[in-house]
Design a protein around this ligand. Structure first.
Ligand SMILES: CC(C)(COP(=O)(O)OP(=O)(O)OC[C@H]1O[C@@H](n2cnc3c(N)ncnc32)[C@H](O)[C@@H]1OP(=O)(O)O)[C@@H](O)C(=O)NCCC(=O)NCCS
Length: 200
């Protein structure tokens, strides 16, 4: 108790107690889900055991075909830090033991078609009324995503990879790879023989 107060202070400890009780009552499989929490479309989410989150997490799951199953899946023992927004209308899959730092944005959709064959959405259509263009996002097991990262529709981040802070991930990231930048580019790969990250 003394240690808890030393780390969090009285107010922090009270907040922690409130969040712990709320977690036990509303999401008992989770470890600790801090408030405020914004869940929209809870029945289209599948959340694994052991979830820990910071305050201000916003999860949106609005399937284009509501008869389909969950469109947002979160694996086991995932940690998501403060003020993260994840939006899914088709499929966002987050693997086991993924660590997502604060202020990260992950989405599987855009408002309006802006590339490829066929009619594109006219800019005079209000953005909210444009067709939703979607592509699956997959973040495999043991990925670490740094602060202020955006992961855009259609991206797969391979197992054990690292995304540097402030990155915008527009393309797939192979497993055991470190990327950073906007757009994110490969910086390093893990060399299993040497047990070391090596610059590319
Ligand atoms: C990606 C990261 C892990 C790399 O760490 P590292 O292995 O120590 O990287 P290095 O210092 O060897 O940098 C390698 C190169 O990548 C560049 N780089 C590192 N991080 C970068 C980033 N976020 N964006 C752009 N370039 C980056 C470095 O400038 C360096 O470039 P150079 O080879 O031209 O000199 C680290 O920079 C990072 O972004 N960490 C995230 C921190 C965070 O969000 N913490 C939240 C805690 S949950």
């Amino acid at each position: 108790m003394t240690q808890l107060l030393r780390v969090y202070g009285w107010l922090g400890a009270l907040r922690l107690a409130r969040d712990w009780v709320a977690t036990r009552m509303t999401m008992p499989q989770a470890r600790l889900v801090r408030r405020p929490l914004y869940l929209r479309g809870r029945r289209w989410m599948q959340i694994g055991p052991g979830l820990t989150t910071g305050p201000g997490l916003r999860l949106d799951a609005f399937p284009i075909s509501p008869e389909n199953g969950p469109v947002l899946r979160i694996g086991r023992d995932v940690q998501i830090n403060d003020y993260v927004h994840i939006g899914a209308v088709h499929s966002v899959i987050i693997g086991d033991r993924v660590l997502i730092a604060s202020k990260v944005f992950i989405s599987d959709h855009n408002h309006g078609k802006t590339k490829g064959p066929g009619a594109h959405d006219h800019p005079n259509i209000p953005p909210i009324s444009r067709q939703l263009v979607h592509a699956e996002v997959v973040i495999e097991d043991d990925v670490w995503i740094g602060e202020f990262v955006s992961v855009l529709p259609g991206v797969r981040i391979g197992k054990g990879s690292i995304v540097g802070t402030m990155s915008v991930v527009t393309r797939d990231v192979p497993a055991y790879t470190m990327v950073a930048g906007s757009p994110a580019r490969i910086l390093k790969r893990f060399n299993f023989a040497m047990s070391a990250w090596e610059k590319v």
